[in-house]
Design a binder for this molecule. Structure first.
Ligand code: ADP
Length: 190
């Protein structure tokens, strides 16, 4: 299996780029944000829990997130590989992902990190908020909170993959096509 962690702050372009990579490499795309949003839409208990954190720009607790991700992986064990988008967002999640992959006899191949300056992220998220219908994109305070949470809790996950020699930084500013090409070059060199 090919297992890629697509990493980066909110608004870095993970969802957009995942679509291209799925098409190109035939991997299963698992976005924890998308899965949470589908639970919110379906008004499940998990959705109600997740929404209370997401609307404030906070992370959903690890235990809840890890269990949900593990279920999603289990439902796709026949996959050629995975692109994880928005997961892991904490070191505990990174450790859980390694254990989960080990149960499949697999391991993460690389973390590809889209690097985008903070000012650009804010512009992109506010712009997306005009059409996304996402409450967490509509409020500048929630956007700032998400960026702060990213810097405090998620950015350190980079070190976890650096220590394993699996971290690859990708400049995330430029045309969508240019960024796709950079990601493809990185994946093809694995
Ligand atoms: P973005 O990367 O633009 O913030 P996502 O759709 O990836 O958007 O995530 C939206 C929200 O969902 C996050 O702010 C957080 O509340 C929750 N979430 C998503 N993935 C995780 C995760 N791995 N751990 C905890 N919370 C998560």
């Amino acid at each position: 299996m090919q297992i890629i962690v697509l990493f980066g702050p909110p608004g870095a372009g993970k969802g957009t780029q995942s679509e291209f990579l799925v098409e190109q490499y035939g991997l299963v795309h698992l976005s924890t944000g998308d899965i949470f949003r589908s639970h919110i839409k379906g008004q499940t208990v998990l959705g109600t829990t997740a929404k209370s954190y997401m609307d404030q720009g906070k992370l959903v607790p690890d235990a809840v997130t890890i269990e949900m991700l593990a279920d999603a992986v289990t439902q796709n064990t026949g996959a050629k590989g995975f692109i994880f988008d928005g997961f892991p967002r904490t070191e505990a999640q990174a450790i859980a992902l390694d254990s989960l992959m080990a149960t499949l006899g697999e391991c993460v191949d690389a973390m590809l990190a889209l690097e985008v300056p903070e000012a650009e992220l804010k512009v992109r998220l506010l712009e997306r908020g005009k059409t996304s219908g996402r409450p967490d994109d509509a409020d500048p305070n929630v956007i700032q909170k998400r960026i702060d949470v990213y810097n405090a809790e998620t950015a350190p996950v980079q070190k976890y993959y650096e220590a394993q020699g699996k971290f690859i930084g990708i400049p995330g500013v430029g045309s969508i096509q240019d960024i796709t090409n950079r990601l493809r070059a990185a994946i093809d060199s694995l």
